[in-house]
Design a protein. Structure first.
Lengths: 427, 325, 283
């Protein structure tokens, strides 16, 4: 109605030709499409901000009450009120530092090769293109596939050590001492009925290898006992339970002559085994596979940003390619490489799927002590808690997410800071 | 400038001393050369490592998949011809990969119908419309979104999106494809956005000026000139995002459920390829049964799909870059 | 145009590169200058593009030789073959003879590291390393020689004095080199090249990024260095070639058109193209 009216006024006042009218109307319509599109854009952008706000808010609301010292310093107990993620925090620290130690030299080395040692022959050129294409394709491989690879290549090592059929057993190992563990007769329910004042004690008899036959208790055998976390020799008596001594003092040193010991092991910090098993090293190597393409690509970008005049300058006074890299290009690109590496490490910290594949959901109460120790990481612990039905666990999962995000934000902030300072220096 | 306030004799002494240094024996060139080749081969080793990774992925997946197909209860026709995935139920075992692929496709479809249009529109906004101040706010937000671990998105899907969906509509089960799909969409949004924006920004300014010079509005210039010019870059961004969505694991493991079924109902629980792999590794399945090896067959399928998408995406992107450099 | 005439030994060649008897009245009769570089039939390519066509010439020792010619005429390419800087470009290759003494510089057995020490190069844009002034100059000596601290100090001071920049930087040897002015940076780069004891200095348009005062300083410096070093300078600036060189070679489209005494090239060029170029009709 109003449209026709405006058309009428146009016609009556200036009577433009139909063609002119079409462009005018078209122009107006185009202008309004432009405006509408701009509004759509702003709405979309606003929605993305809203999503982030909503996401953070829902996690903060749920998680802040759970942020207690227990959550940080406690162990993952079955009772949500007592549960914490200290083993997961130390596990993340172990796995990610180890991963950085391996992946940064490898990744930066590859980037240096591709950027600084340019091919001098057709064959080399083809090889470089292949490596480059391969890296960009590796960056697109889902991390869960790396988990599968890690499971086969590191955890079980392609089953090369096939004599090992028991799960978790090692074919070769160093740094482990094995003991047979006996308990005193106080733990025998039949005997201890009358003598409740006798405390349970454990005695350890060293054995040479994991595969030795169980120790048969003999009078006068050498035994050890933990006193203040240190193993000290102790005198034990071996008796038949039917003529066991009655007095508690003697009973506490007595071992059943028919007792079958449990085999336990004490592992040094340098404990090493093949295959790696579901340990820290296997996890770090698997994460290394995941972030290697990221490290390479970002280091390449950092090296490319170094002006080639610096390279020419060094080459021009007779520096070898490696001397150019070591003395000129690497120092000049360190800030860029660091930024990229930090971002890659924050990816490693948050990566869950490959760790879940190679470590499985296991109940870990201790921080890792050696490279082969079992472990859990923060995102895995969060996954574990989230996938449980109880509401209380979801709350501590949210608390854990806040911790994780706080760590990642710190990493990102450091990266942004370095980048910022770099820009300042260049200007 | 060139007059040096140094007595002639001092100058002469310096000249003589330096003359002697310059005549001194130089560093042993062959030693330098040995060190040079040592480092060069070390770096070549680093470079070859990345190839080794690919080779071992293919080797591991392929050999273990062969192991899977060599089992009596598995046939290739069942694997690629059936949509029933029942690896664990003893008597009615069936290994129809489509049961998992359909779940993956459903989640990816939901995610992409969110992430692709919204990501592209935001990219256009950032590269063509947004004032500097808005860019300075939006870009870091996108970076933060991209840096959030996927397990957090999984938590978000299960704890926030699912209850919201259930509040909207009663039919949604606790685990459903919709919730996971939305979360994967949010996850992929920054990827689409930043890659598409790179593509749009790579379009030369001259093309924009040309469009404006003909009297076009910003919208005309964008839709008729810039987006078509950046099309291959945008397509590659889309392909990489789709690959990312297909390989996404933690969100679907938490929110999508664990019942493999070929359905297009987003309210139902489904299982994706990645979800199945997580279920297998987390459970108490023995390390040597057929169902264990089925994990490798699924991984191989997943790897082939994502590798194809990534390779096409990278090739398209390279072509695109070449046309503007 | 002011043409400097100095007392110089020159050797003039015709455009095919054959040495022809010197016409210069000042040349000592019968005394040929020593040859630093000998080129015979040198051609160079980038991929399929031939950048240089059969260049034959001698670069005399302890003189300043200027390469002039319009952009893309191959003069920089030729200069960068003198110390094999072109090795960094994948598609670059050359045929023919390029000798320094009895060393064949194009041979794959030539050690480019030692060659580049003996033939230093200064680039168009000053490119000091992002290190201190001292470290910039000490960079080369550290790579090539075993010197103790005081010897290194001596060497750095000597090189900076040679490059006439010592007075300006002696109080801030350990501050960043990028803080210097453009002209100072370029002289620092010359000091950096000198510090490894080269016989020859290649300068690839060393003044094109500099202001007139800095340009003058560099030209004065070249004048002082010519007694000890063979200098080859590529320049777009004809006045600069006329002011500071003993010999001038004119290149056009990858060919050596004319070579000779600077004075003659600028006053009595024998070739039409040279005349057009030095008169400013193209380029």
């Amino acid at each position: 109605m109003s449209d026709s009216a405006s058309n009428d006024t146009l016609t009556s006042q200036e009577s433009p030709s139909p063609a002119e009218r079409a462009t005018l109307v078209g122009g107006r319509r185009r202008m309004s499409t432009d405006r509408w599109f701009q509004r759509l854009c702003i709405a979309t952008a606003a929605a993305s901000v809203m999503v982030l706000v909503f996401l953070l808010a829902s996690i903060l609301v749920e998680g802040i009450p759970a942020l207690t010292s227990t959550l940080v310093l406690g162990t993952p107990e079955p009772n949500p009120d007592e549960a914490g993620m200290w083993p997961a925090i130390t596990g993340t620290l172990w796995v990610c530092s180890l991963c950085a130690l391996i992946s940064l030299p490898l990744g930066i080395g590859t980037a240096v090769l591709l950027e600084e040692f340019k091919p001098r022959s057709k064959f080399a050129l083809r090889a470089y293109q292949l490596i480059q294409l391969n890296i960009s394709n590796l960056a697109g491989v889902p991390s869960v596939v790396y988990g599968i690879l890690g499971l086969t290549a590191f955890v079980s090592m392609f089953s090369l050590f096939d004599q090992v059929r028991e799960p978790g057993a090692a074919a070769y190992e160093i740094g482990a001492t094995y003991y047979d563990q006996f308990s005193n007769l106080a733990s025998d329910p039949f005997l201890s009925m009358g003598s409740e004042e006798v405390a349970e004690r454990y005695f350890f008899v060293p054995v040479n290898a994991r595969t030795d036959a169980p120790t048969i208790p003999k009078p006068g055998m050498q035994a050890l006992e933990y006193v203040d976390n240190v193993l000290v020799p102790v005198e034990v008596t071996v008796t038949d339970p039917f003529d066991a001594p009655a007095e508690p003092e003697a009973l506490s040193y007595a071992i059943d002559i028919n007792a079958v010991p449990g085999r336990i092991s004490e592992k040094n910090w340098y404990y090493f085994r093949l295959p790696f098993g579901r340990g820290v090293l296997a996890g770090a190597l698997t994460l290394m596979l995941v972030i290697l393409p990221v490290v390479i690509i970002s280091a390449q970008e950092a090296l490319r940003a170094v002006p080639s005049s610096l390279r020419d300058g060094a080459l021009g006074i007779g520096a070898t390619p490696w001397q150019v890299v070591w003395n000129v290009t690497l120092p000049a690109s360190i800030p860029g490489i660091m930024t990229g590496s930090i971002l890659a490490m924050s990816r490693a910290i948050g990566e869950t799927a490959p760790i879940l594949i190679i470590a499985g959901i296991v109940y870990i109460r201790n921080s890792p002590h050696h490279l082969m120790d079992s472990y859990t990481v923060m995102p895995l612990q969060i996954y574990n808690w989230t996938s449980r039905p109880q509401e209380e666990f979801h709350q501590i999962a949210a608390g854990g997410i806040i911790l994780l995000l706080a760590i990642l934000m710190t990493f990102n902030a450091v990266a942004v800071l370095i980048r910022h300072r770099m820009h300042k220096q260049q200007v | 400038m060139s007059s040096v306030p140094l007595s002639d004799s001092e100058n002469h002494a310096l000249e003589q001393r330096v003359g002697q240094y310059l005549k001194k024996p130089r560093r042993n060139l062959s030693l330098i050369r040995i060190r040079e080749s040592f480092f060069f081969f070390l770096l070549i080793g680093c470079g070859l490592f990345s190839l080794l990774v690919t080779v071992s992925i293919v080797f591991v997946l392929f050999s273990e998949t062969l192991e899977f197909f060599s089992a009596d209860e598995v046939t290739l026709s069942n694997f690629i011809g059936s949509a029933r995935w029942n690896p664990l139920l003893g008597e009615t075992k069936s290994f129809g990969i489509w049961g998992l692929i359909s779940g993956t496709l459903l989640v990816t479809g939901i995610a992409m119908s969110l992430a692709l249009p919204l990501g592209l529109i935001t990219a256009i906004y950032l590269s063509e419309y947004a004032p500097r101040k808005v860019r300075d706010v939006l870009k870091p937000i996108l970076e933060i979104l991209a840096g959030i671990p996927t397990v957090v998105y999984g938590f978000f899907a299960l704890m926030t999106i699912t209850p919201f969906l259930q509040w909207l509509h009663d039919g949604f089960s606790v685990y459903n494809a919709m919730s996971a799909g939305i979360a994967v969409g949010i996850l992929c949004f920054p990827t689409v956005c930043s890659l598409a924006e790179d593509a749009l920004r790579a379009v030369p300014q001259a093309l924009r000026d040309g469009a404006f010079g003909l009297g076009g509005t910003k919208f005309d210039a964008t839709i008729k000139v810039i987006v078509p010019a950046a099309l291959s870059g945008i397509v590659s961004a889309f392909l990489l995002a789709i690959a990312r969505a297909i390989g996404e694991t933690m969100i679907v493991a938490l929110a999508a459920g664990s019942r493999p079924q070929a359905t297009i109902d987003p309210r139902e629980q489904i299982q994706t390829m990645t979800g199945f792999m997580v279920q297998m590794s987390g459970g108490d399945v023995s390390n040597f049964g057929t169902e264990y090896y089925s994990m490798y067959a699924v991984a191989f399928t997943l790897f082939l799909i994502t590798l194809t998408l990534t390779m096409i995406g990278n090739l398209v992107r390279r072509k695109f870059r070449e046309s503007y450099e | 145009m002011s043409i400097v005439s100095r007392d110089r030994k020159v050797q003039v060649m015709n455009n095919t590169g054959e040495p022809i008897p010197s016409e210069s009245a000042n040349a000592a009769p019968g005394q040929k200058p020593e040859v630093a570089l000998h080129l015979d039939n040198l051609s160079a390519w980038y991929g399929d593009f031939q950048a240089l066509h059969s260049i034959t010439l001698d670069i005399p020792k302890n003189q300043v030789t200027a390469f002039i010619g319009p952009s893309g005429c191959g003069k920089s390419t030729l200069l960068r073959w003198f110390n094999r800087m072109n090795d960094t470009i994948f598609s670059a290759r050359a045929t023919g003879t390029l000798r320094m003494g009895d060393q064949d510089l194009l041979s794959s057995r030539t050690d480019v590291v030692d060659l580049r020490r003996r033939v230093g190069i200064v680039f168009q844009k000053p490119n000091p390393f992002p290190k201190s002034i001292f470290e910039n100059v000490a960079f080369g000596p550290r790579l090539h020689m075993k010197l103790n601290r005081s010897e290194l100090n001596d060497l750095v001071e000597w090189a900076l004095r040679k490059a006439s920049v010592w007075q300006e930087v002696k109080d801030r040897l350990h501050s960043p080199a990028v803080g210097l002015s453009g002209g100072q940076q370029q002289r620092l780069c010359i000091a950096r090249a000198i510090a490894v004891g080269p016989e020859m200095l290649l300068m690839d348009e060393p003044c094109s990024a500099l202001d007139p005062a800095s340009t003058l300083a560099i030209e004065n410096l070249m004048d002082e260095l010519r007694s000890q070093y063979t200098i080859v300078i590529v320049t777009h600036n004809m006045q600069q070639a006329a002011r500071s060189s003993d010999r001038t070679l004119f290149f056009f489209e990858g060919r050596l058109i004319e070579a000779g005494d600077t004075e003659l090239i600028f006053t009595k060029p024998t070739q039409k193209q040279t005349e057009d170029y030095v008169r400013g009709r193209f380029g």
